[in-house]
Design a protein around this ligand. Structure first.
Ligand SMILES: [Zn+2]
Length: 630
């Protein structure tokens, strides 16, 4: 199984201690920290495998034999192996972690001698977790000091008493450069450990300083309850930093996986088969205290596919039993986020996704303060399926009193319906959409079908390297750009206006773009009468040597059409050119949006999202135009 590792480590932890750890560890307890397990009959248990993506459970645990095995991906072993794989621990770290749970004092031996001695070095994870545990205590104690008064007031204003602050381990990072750092160094944590764990950072002078200062602190725990990082909120007006600071990526803190509150919420999430996703630390606290114990929040990042994977395993979300995920939103932000989420991949999950929008733009914390615990529970109870919500929000943006408004709303909404993977549900939504728009079912159905057929197959070719020489005709994109330039040079009277309307930025190849710029500098194709004088003017206007050569070449190269050039050919060519450019920009924009934190960069996020929607609309129009003659 992992014989080599065992052999390599055997000189460190005594063999009999390792055996004792195996014997004393209940594997089902260890695994159910991470995976929700149900009876599989015969005393065995099963759940969704944490090591591969699956729809129905093939991950089996045998408490009697103290092993696990996945029939889906073939991973299996004992509790030590499970922790190694699930938490990316080394063998020693895994044994140490289990020994700590079972209350076993491990003895270490030096190499092949069997003289027991104190542990030479714990595994890295253990050390970083221990440093965080010490930091939690330090920050906690600081919360009672005079300097922490604004932090205590902040909590009190948000309806959290001392008991609540203690339950969540709230603390205070004091005003001082290196108070925590010194404290932890005294406890034996090394310079490297503090930097690696994200608790301290080197100052310009080279000495270590605290990462967090003058902030209200929330310890962030992993699913098993170990503190792996901190969220730190600004509480002083003269603090120039962002509202929230979080632990950076470390070997134990991966923000794409971390869910604040999951350690306290996991049992209820599994029991109720639902999870409530809120936006911040105070919202998680408010929900739990208002008896919505299934609330969690992401930490400084958008909710992503890794978070889904974590939750699905806790939810036991499978074909047999559907888990429910409820996103809470305040106000207008909701629609755009929900619509964006509908673009995402995990459709199985989307089908079970609900949206709960709080009244008057209040987050759960505000809501609890203003209207009490019942209002928070009510918010969650009044959830609405994502698809319904997204459709309603999408069409509400149009003036449905006009034909144009209804048609545009239909075109925007159709892709959402087309994205519903569960085909049986589509007709239902087509009917609903038609009803909401006040249109016949038939055109709506057509729009959904068109949207379902997706983008044309021609994708964006790999970017060609700009060389000094004349660009080769090596891709559909390059070909279409050449064709557009030929039209401007050879048929300016016919192609001029349409050609001039497309900017140089839409040309991918720099030499093509240079010729496009030269056409404009020569007065534009629309005003030209053609012939040798026109070609000469463009060539003179071109600063680029390769461009000048290309003008001569394109002036005589035959167009790729049999017979006469007509306006439709020009229109199709220009649409194809722009379509490539727009889809490239859409791709870039989508990836940019995914990288933005919607909480801390709300304005930028929505600006980009708006841009995305209008680009997508533009792309659809171009696609239809491009299909016009082909
Ligand atoms: Zn598996």
């Amino acid at each position: 199984m992992y014989a080599e590792e065992v052999a390599a480590m055997a000189g460190r932890i005594r063999d009999e201690d390792i055996a004792l750890v195996r014997e004393r560890t209940a594997i089902a307890d260890v695994i159910s920290e991470v995976v929700t397990l149900k009876s599989a009959g015969g005393g065995n248990l099963k759940g969704l495998c944490p090591f591969h993506d699956e729809k129905s459970p093939s991950f089996n645990v045998s408490p009697a034999r103290n092993v696990f095995y996945c029939f889906g991906c073939g991973v299996g072993g004992d509790a030590i192996k499970f922790l190694m794989d699930a938490e990316h621990l080394g063998f020693v770290e895994s044994v140490e972690s289990l020994a700590a749970r079972a209350g076993i004092q491990l003895r270490y031996v030096e190499d092949d001698r069997s003289t027991p001695r104190a542990r030479p070095q714990q595994g890295q994870r253990q050390r970083l977790v221990a440093a965080h545990a010490a930091a939690v205590e330090f920050y906690r104690a600081q919360l009672t000091t005079a300097g922490a008064r604004p932090a205590r007031e902040f909590l009190a204003r948000r309806g959290f008493d001392r008991a609540a602050a203690e339950r969540y381990g709230c603390g205070f990072a004091p005003d001082g450069w290196d108070l925590l750092t010194k404290h932890l160094r005294q406890q034996g944590f090394s310079h490297d450990e503090l930097v690696t764990g994200g608790l301290s950072r080197p100052a310009r002078s080279g000495s270590l300083i605290d990462r967090f200062r003058r902030r209200l602190m929330w310890p962030i725990r992993d699913i098993t309850g170990d503190v792996i990082g901190f969220g730190a909120r600004k509480i002083f007006d003269d603090d120039d930093g962002p509202k929230y600071l979080n632990t950076p990526e470390t070997p134990i803190y991966k923000k794409s996986h971390v869910l604040y509150g999951i350690d306290q919420a996991k049992r209820e999430i599994a029991k109720q088969g639902k999870v409530v996703v809120v936006e911040g630390y105070t919202d998680v606290m408010a929900c739990h205290l208002a008896d919505v114990p299934t609330a969690v929040a992401t930490c400084g990042t958008a909710f992503g596919s890794d978070h889904i994977s974590v939750l699905r395993r806790v939810l036991f979300d499978s074909d047999e039993r559907a888990g429910e995920i409820i996103f809470t939103f305040d106000g207008d932000a909701a629609g755009q986020k929900a619509a964006l989420r509908a673009f995402e991949d995990d459709q199985r999950f989307v089908g079970r996704t609900f949206i709960a929008v709080s009244p008057d733009n209040m987050d759960p914390c505000d809501l609890r303060l203003a209207k009490g615990d019942l209002a928070v529970r009510d918010l969650v109870a009044r959830r609405e399926p994502l698809v319904d919500f997204a459709l309603r929000h999408m069409i509400n943006r149009f003036d449905l009193d006009t034909v144009d408004g209804r048609v545009e709303a239909m075109r925007r909404a159709a892709p959402l319906v087309a994205k519903i993977k569960d085909r049986e549900k589509r007709p239902e939504y087509v009917r609903k959409l038609a009803g909401d728009l006040g249109m016949e079912i038939e055109p709506v159905q057509r729009a959904v079908l068109t949207a379902a057929n997706g983008e044309p197959a021609a994708g964006r070719p790999a970017p060609t390297r700009p060389g000094p020489a004349t660009p080769a005709v090596d891709s559909p994109r390059s070909m279409v750009e050449r064709e557009a330039l030929k039209l401007a040079l050879q048929e300016p009277v016919l192609a001029g206006p349409m050609f001039d309307a497309v900017e140089a930025a839409d040309y991918q190849h720099p030499v093509h773009a240079a010729v496009r710029v030269a056409v404009a500098a020569a007065g534009g194709a629309a005003g030209a009468t053609g012939g040798a004088v026109w070609i000469e003017r463009v060539r003179d206007a071109c600063d680029d040597l390769a461009g000048q050569a290309l003008v001569g070449e394109l002036a005589v190269e035959p167009l790729r059409i049999d017979g006469e050039v007509d306006p439709r050919y020009v229109s199709v060519t220009m649409a194809r050119l722009q379509w490539s450019s727009v889809t490239g920009r859409i791709r870039d924009l989508k990836s940019k949006i995914q990288r933005i934190n919607p909480v801390s960069n709300k304005d930028e996020y929505f600006a980009l999202f708006g841009e995305l929607l209008s680009l997508e609309q533009h792309a659809r129009a171009l696609r239809e135009q491009a299909a016009g003659g082909l």
